[in-house]
Design a protein around this ligand. Structure first.
Ligand SMILES: C[S@@+](CC[C@H](N)C(=O)[O-])C[C@H]1O[C@@H](n2cnc3c(N)ncnc32)[C@H](O)[C@@H]1O
Length: 346
């Protein structure tokens, strides 16, 4: 009888993956060959009967559970919307689009540094049929062998990469997306019946993304796309939700806190945080309304001194360890006061 090595221990799976897979199979497509170039937004058009659109991905640090608070702080009428660290887009889909806060014909700019994510958004917007056809193939099955095959070998074409991201979201452990220098490294989730191909959801997203600019880039690139000054009588609203400033492991009243920055291979450094605060200030000088989320770190108070800084409680699931998942304070920085008619701070 042949002994079969157990595939259930995450450590074993990781070493299997990294040591036994030849380099050639791990070769990734260069970003420029699978992410489409920037194209100008043509404006949002709401259908007569608006179907509520659920965000495409549940992303680490996603803002879904903070919406009851954030909703009151988002301007009720927006002419131009920018979200340069869009991730799963919880604020855009749930609040800005579903609540029609962006005016009819209003312009939206969504971007992110994660090329796979942007490639997926572009398929949802431009070619959902190709995405659904790919996801219908038997390779995207809910079992561990299929999971590792998709994870390791399906990197060849843009549509395979888009389908792979959808598939991993539905089948990986807690749907977590985490990238290291070697790539995506989350174990199989053993879920009972994940909806790997959700046609209704894909088509609702396709509709919501019509006329929206979705592009690959760093948060600073939004400055090149948005107007140099806020058009008179209009509201330009930008939401920055970057990877958070890491907190000391045992801060927050003795609780253990995890800090997640592995959304892309490059991570997010303190230098990036400083640059982001400068971009925030440039947007302020242009007369935009800006909101940013970050951790409850002393550096946030320093970088955003003079702005409206609020603290809220959030429950996070970026860690696999339940002990690190309780509610922790986060900050929301705004250059305006919602309670004062959204008046900009001077
Ligand atoms: C906290 S998540 C955003 C979550 C999102 N608001 C949601 O609700 O799903 C942070 C995002 O920033 C992106 N990111 C990381 N580095 C970046 C950079 N230099 N420029 C732009 N986006 C970046 C990550 O890929 C990730 O999607």
């Amino acid at each position: 009888m042949v002994a079969v090595a157990p595939l259930s221990a995450p450590k074993y799976r990781l070493s299997l993956r990294l040591s036994l897979i030849p380099e050639t199979y791990r070769e990734e497509l260069p970003t420029s060959s699978f992410v489409r170039p920037f194209s100008q937004p043509t404006g949002i058009h709401y259908p007569d009967r608006l179907v509520k659109t659920r965000p495409p991905f549940s992303w680490v640090g996603g803002k879904r559970q903070l919406l009851p608070v954030l909703r009151d702080w988002v301007p009720p009428k927006i002419d131009i919307y920018g979200e340069p660290c869009v991730g799963g887009g919880a604020l855009f889909f749930n609040c800005v689009f579903n609540e029609r806060r962006l005016v009819e014909g209003g312009l939206a700019y969504l971007s992110d540094r994660n090329a796979d994510l942007i490639n997926d958004y572009q398929f949802l917007r431009d070619d959902p049929k190709a995405l659904m056809k790919e996801l219908s193939r038997p390779e995207y099955a809910n079992n561990e062998l299929a999971y590792w095959k998709v994870l390791l070998f399906h990197l060849r074409t843009p549509v395979e990469r888009a389908a792979r991201l959808h598939y991993l979201q539905k089948t990986s452990h807690t749907g977590l997306y985490r990238e290291t220098k070697e790539g995506f490294d989350v174990p199989f989730g053993h879920r009972a019946n994940p909806k790997i191909m959700d046609k209704r959801r894909i088509m609702a997203l396709h509709q919501a993304l019509q006329g929206v600019a979705v592009f690959h880039g760093g948060f600073e690139d939004v400055l090149k796309k948005l107007p140099k000054t806020c058009p008179k009588g209009k509201t330009v609203f930008v939401y920055f939700d970057p990877p958070y400033i890491p907190l000391p492991k045992k801060s927050q009243a003795g609780r253990r806190v995890t800090s997640f920055t592995s959304y892309t291979k490059d991570g997010f450094t303190l230098q990036d945080q400083r640059k982001l605060a400068q971009v925030f200030r440039i947007c302020h000088e242009r007369g935009f309304h800006i909101m940013a989320s970050n951790s409850n770190s002393p550096l946030v108070s320093k970088l955003y001194a003079g702005f409206n800084i609020q603290t809220i409680l959030a429950t996070r699931k970026s860690s696999c360890k339940p002990a690190t998942r309780g509610p922790i304070p986060e900050t929301v920085i705004m250059n305006y006061r919602p309670e004062d008619g959204f008046r900009l701070v001077s």
